[in-house]
Design a protein around this ligand. Structure first.
Ligand code: AP5
Length: 192
């Protein structure tokens, strides 16, 4: 199975992606985690990316696509993937489709985690006390949410029209969100 998660900052994409990957034997690929690894290693990509990440802006599409190309193809060949944080806009989705479709590794299902704005901010500000992430402050997360609303929201229509889009209430306790996501994915898996 090849799927991706869409949700605002703090919606629980990373938390749920790990659980989905474990249940279905998929590879969890987080664009944010991979970018933070580059930043920590001080690679050229990481140095450029950190300027955008610290402000809560999106890293340029071509950097992200170059970084993800090989891991995504390898994961698809190994049995499937859960993408967390990619694509972030319709341009990324279209470029990824053009690369993946001829290889037979395009995404099949998109899962949208819907969470109220106040919960997002509370979660991120709370995490910021210990995460060490420069973008986990109230000011930056408000900007990240604005970027999400402008750039990432259009993906919901994009996937609704093209693939299967599942919607989950992400404002429930973590285990309840997981139960709901897994139940919907079990149903969809039977139709793939
Ligand atoms: P990224 O790392 O993807 O950050 P994000 O999308 O802002 O998401 P978060 O990791 O903050 O939240 P999440 O939805 O994964 O929630 P989580 O499970 O962690 O991106 C960071 C930056 O990298 C971007 O701003 C951008 O600069 C760059 N970037 C990344 N991808 C890019 C791309 N494709 N293109 C361009 N730039 C890109 O949970 C959050 C917190 O809430 C945790 O503390 C968790 O324990 C808690 N929590 C989770 N679920 C619940 C629940 N149900 N109830 C209560 N608490 C919960």
């Amino acid at each position: 199975m090849r799927l991706l998660l869409i949700g605002a900052p703090g919606a629980g994409k990373g938390t749920q992606a790990e659980r989905i990957a474990q249940r279905f034997g998929l590879v969890h690929i987080s664009s944010g985690d991979l970018l933070r690894e580059h930043v920590a290693r001080g690679t050229e990509l990481g140095q450029t990316a950190s300027e955008y990440m610290n402000k809560g802006d999106l890293v340029p599409d071509e950097l992200v696509l170059t970084m993800l190309r090989e891991p995504v193809i390898a994961a698809a060949e190994a049995g499937g993937y859960v993408l967390d944080g990619f694509p972030r806009n319709v341009g990324q989705a279209m470029e990824a489709y053009d690369i993946a479709k001829p290889l037979g590794v395009a995404v099949q299902v998109a899962v949208y985690l819907e969470v109220a704005r106040e919960s997002l901010i509370d979660r991120i500000v709370e995490r910021g006390k210990t995460s060490g992430r420069a973008d986990d402050t109230r000011e930056v997360v408000e900007h990240r949410i604005a970027v999400y609303e402008e750039s990432t929201w259009p993906l919901l229509d994009y996937y609704r029209e093209r693939e299967q889009l599942l919607q989950v209430d992400g404002d429930l306790p973590v285990d309840e969100v997981t139960d709901s996501v897994l139940a919907q994915l079990e149903r969809v898996r039977a139709t793939l």
